[in-house]
Design a protein around this ligand. Structure first.
Ligand code: RIB
Ligand code: NA
Length: 298
């Protein structure tokens, strides 16, 4: 079953340091690298590497970084006909600092990603029509996310929204979301409720379900995943692994989840599979470069 991803493509400028510098502080790093990234593209490459059929709708600049991102998608078997090359903006950039514990801090310069407009969705409606699953994140304009979700929902597609980076979402948007995959911080911002325990998180998630979301899957890093549907809540622990770099782990989780669902897995099995994929990604440095193949999972 085909999956269409509507989202961002960035070049990640990654710098590894022992700790994050404080305000006014200068620190030194011995390790810098630029790599293909962007939440949308990371999710697409996750699915592509695991053998799924995936098309991407997005925007890059007419520049070398844009070419590099397109080439990397193609090399991973992803359809790129839905990606426009804009002359009005540069390819998106993400400045990523990773510390010794594998945590990150990211500053995003959206560039061409913010030129993806609802008419681009119209122009690529054939991709949505051919797909069963539509996956989005929030690094493109919210109006485009809203429009795409509404059109996908009207066409009875399964819609998955990874609400990252964190942003408040109206009930007009949430009503079109089948599966929402926030992390703890995103859940707190979406609901304005405490998220300091599993119970508190399931209360918060249920308020999103009241607004029309069918399933909320809260990703908790080393604490695993909380799955909240209208009738039941379950907590699935994470694999105990040695964390090197958590960047792109959330993207890998979401991509793998959607792939497994598109292959007919029930939700619990899909979450277990996605957990496995994410556990490999955190053990490797980098973003798209850290995403595993199906053989590696096996
Ligand atoms: O989720 C990780 C991603 O967030 C990075 O690849 C970066 O581009 C930002 O979009
Ligand atoms: Na990683």
């Amino acid at each position: 079953m085909m999956i269409t991803i509507i989202g961002s493509l960035n070049i990640d400028l990654m710098v590894y340091t022992k700790y994050f510098p404080g305000s006014g502080e200068t620190i030194t790093s011995q390790h810098y690298v630029d790599l293909p990234g962007g939440k949308g593209a990371n999710q697409a490459v996750t699915i592509g590497r695991l053998g799924g059929q995936v098309e991407m709708i997005g925007a890059v600049g007419k520049d070398l970084y844009g070419q590099r991102l397109l080439n990397n998608l193609k090399a991973n078997g992803i359809g790129t006909s839905g990606i426009k090359e804009c002359s009005g903006a540069n390819t998106g950039l993400a400045f990523i600092n990773v510390d010794e514990t594998g945590s990150n801090k990211i500053i995003l310069i959206p560039g061409a990603n913010h030129l993806l407009v609802p008419t681009d969705i119209d122009q690529n409606m054939h991709l949505i029509d051919q797909s069963h699953f539509i996956l989005l994140q929030l690094e493109i304009p919210l109006a485009t996310v809203h429009y795409a979700l509404r059109e996908a929902y009207k066409r009875r597609k399964k819609t998955i929204l990874n609400p990252a980076p964190a942003c408040k979402l109206s009930p007009e948007i949430l009503q079109y979301v089948d599966i929402l995959t926030p992390n703890e911080l995103e859940l707190a911002l979406l609901t304005n409720l405490p998220v300091d325990s599993l119970d508190a998180m399931s209360v918060a998630a249920k308020t999103l379900i009241q607004q029309g979301v069918k399933v909320v899957i809260v990703t908790l890093g080393d604490k695993g995943v909380l799955v909240v549907a209208s009738d039941k809540v379950s907590h699935i622990p994470a694999y105990p692994v040695k964390v090197v770099d958590t960047t792109a782990a959330g993207d890998a989780f979401t991509g793998a989840l959607v792939l497994a669902l598109s292959q007919g897995d029930i939700l619990q099995d899909a979450v277990h599979f996605a957990n496995k994929v994410a556990s490999i990604v955190v053990q490797r440095p980098g973003t798209q470069i850290s995403l595993p193949t199906l053989n590696e999972i096996k």
